[in-house]
Design a protein around this ligand. Structure first.
Ligand code: DX5
Ligand code: ZN
Length: 214
């Protein structure tokens, strides 16, 4: 069963509530938090997560593209995140492991994210401790970029590790997921697909979400 997590980075920020309702058939709502330091873009933060929390029952899948995400993980849980994912490149192993514990203590799901240049081995310290691993299939920072085919090998390798050591862990891909790329992601072992421009740019959003499920 494939889950779809539309990214509200492609929504109309002046009409967020309306645009979150447009994706009500999706499994998660993907929220991209960017600080202008870890990535060259600034998007949204804690107050917006808090504001959208009452608008939907869907789990909020919060992707932190910020430096030292461990410092903020607990606060994003308090703001209403259900899943908090942190880049392995953005903090120390020690800080990330303690942030994962903080997220769990708040009853939420924790995940780690790998940028395209980051090797599979970077996931090993967290593999048995997280509920989700996110493989970036574009350079983080912007929506609407082209899918990086070369990341499929990483997805396959992490799927094999998950099967062996943490079979309940979800494997998510993010970036350039569209009608021409989603199938390869599923075949490589992803079970959660993030999609921004290909969902919000579709004429019929529920039909597009259904298509991406495979
Ligand atoms: C990129 C973000 C993505 C982005 C995906 O840094 O993490 O979630 O919104 O957008 P698309 O699906 O348009 O590539
Ligand atoms: Zn994202």
């Amino acid at each position: 069963m494939i889950k779809i997590s539309p990214s509200i980075l492609s929504a109309d920020f002046a009409n967020l509530e309306r645009d979150i309702r447009k994706i009500s058939t999706a499994d998660y709502v993907h929220v991209d938090v960017m600080d202008g330091v870890f990535v060259p873009n600034i998007s949204i933060g804690l107050p917006v997560v808090k504001a959208i929390r009452p608008v939907t029952q869907q789990p909020l899948d919060v992707h932190l593209m910020i430096v030292e995400p461990g410092r903020y993980a607990g606060r994003f849980c308090d703001a209403g995140a259900d899943i908090v994912t942190m880049h392995v490149e953005a903090d120390t192993e020690e800080n990330l492991l303690s942030a994962i514990e903080v997220i769990h203590a708040k009853g939420k799901r924790a995940g780690v994210v790998l940028k395209p240049a980051t090797p599979v081995s970077a996931v090993l310290p967290y593999l048995e401790r997280v509920e989700l691993i996110l493989v970036m299939t574009v350079e983080p920072g912007f929506g609407g970029q082209s899918f990086m085919e070369d990341q499929l090998e990483k997805v396959r390798a992490i799927r094999a590790l998950i099967e062996e050591r943490n079979p309940d862990c979800e494997l998510e891909v993010d970036g350039g997921v569209a009608p021409d790329t989603y199938r390869a992601c599923i075949d490589a072992g992803a079970n959660v697909l993030v999609a921004g421009s290909s969902v919000y740019g579709a004429e019929d959003i529920p039909a597009r979400i259904q298509l991406l499920r495979g």
